[in-house]
Design a protein around this ligand. Structure first.
Ligand code: ARG
Length: 275
């Protein structure tokens, strides 16, 4: 159960709905069960709650490209990125697959990263499941894309924090610009190396948790990230969390916003490109 801590990978809250993701890793297939006692308590307490689960995947051999890793790791970076853009990574399109942590929510717009954990069928399933929302498949030019929340983090209406390493598609940036959103390059992480053991990058520094409008929790050792958010007008709450990183998570991945207020907003009234 190494992975079971980052609840954000398994569950996503959209409006009054709590949705269990399919997850594509065989080793994580039963992880939703760890959260069920809590989910059941929310269900008992709140008659307005929608509790949904995406179709449990079969995860047979047909869901994974045979021999992917050996072949992929031998490719030069440019060819890997071409595969990322084409969505030709380890997952096939045999069944819908997604991790909840590949979803970034901005009101009506959901940006879903195609990654090692999310295929196009998974994004399509989300689109059909959430007809009130605009579900956009997006890619970032990482050779190992997985989980959007150490790459692209909405901070408040009109502002996204982006580590720009990997860069994203020009069309997505244009969509944000057309709607007067600002994309801020995240501060350089304090650490040079990723956390030991985990599959995370050092960009966990920007895996911040917006607790309330204007209040953001940041890992306590990431002083540059804290200062940047302070200058952007946030109240910054330092939380010592680096010792958790080896288990695959920063503050955003390890938390879930189950108690929420507000209504569904449209922050992107203007269409642009494919968006
Ligand atoms: N690929 C991300 C990184 O570069 C993983 C962040 C972990 N996120 C998560 N939801 N578990 O660090």
């Amino acid at each position: 159960m190494f992975w079971a801590m980052p609840v954000r990978d398994v569950l996503v809250v959209i409006g009054n709905e709590l949705l269990e993701a399919t997850m594509p890793f065989r080793s994580r297939g039963f992880e939703y069960l760890a959260h069920r006692p809590l989910i059941e308590s929310y269900f008992r307490a709140d008659p307005g709650m929608r509790w949904e689960a995406a179709p449990k995947p079969r995860m047979t051999e047909t869901s994974y490209r045979p021999g992917f890793w050996g072949e992929y790791e031998a490719l030069p970076y440019e060819e890997q990125i071409a595969r990322v853009r084409a969505g030709e990574l380890v997952l096939t399109e045999a069944e819908p697959l997604f991790d909840a942590a590949d979803i970034a929510r901005c009101g009506k717009d959901l940006f879903v990263q195609r990654s090692l954990a999310t295929n196009t069928a998974g994004i399509r399933w989300l689109r059909q499941h959430l007809p009130e929302h605009r579900v956009h498949g997006v890619t970032f030019e990482s050779a190992h894309p997985m989980h959007i929340d150490a790459t692209w983090v909405p901070l408040r209406p009109g502002l996204v924090l982006h580590c720009a390493e990997p860069p994203t598609e020009r069309e997505l940036l244009q969509y944000l610009k057309a709607n007067d959103w600002q994309v801020v390059q995240a501060a350089t992480p304090g650490r040079q190396a990723p956390p030991p053991l985990s599959v995370c990058s050092r960009w966990l520094s920007m895996n911040v948790l917006v607790l309330a409008p204007g209040t953001v929790c940041v890992e306590a050792s990431e002083t540059a990230q804290m200062e940047q958010l302070d200058h952007l007008g946030f109240e910054v709450v330092p939380v010592p969390f680096w010792d958790v990183a080896p288990f695959g998570s920063g503050l955003h991945c390890a938390t879930l916003d189950v108690h929420r207020e507000g209504t569904l907003e449209d922050y992107f009234p203007k269409r642009s490109g494919r968006f």
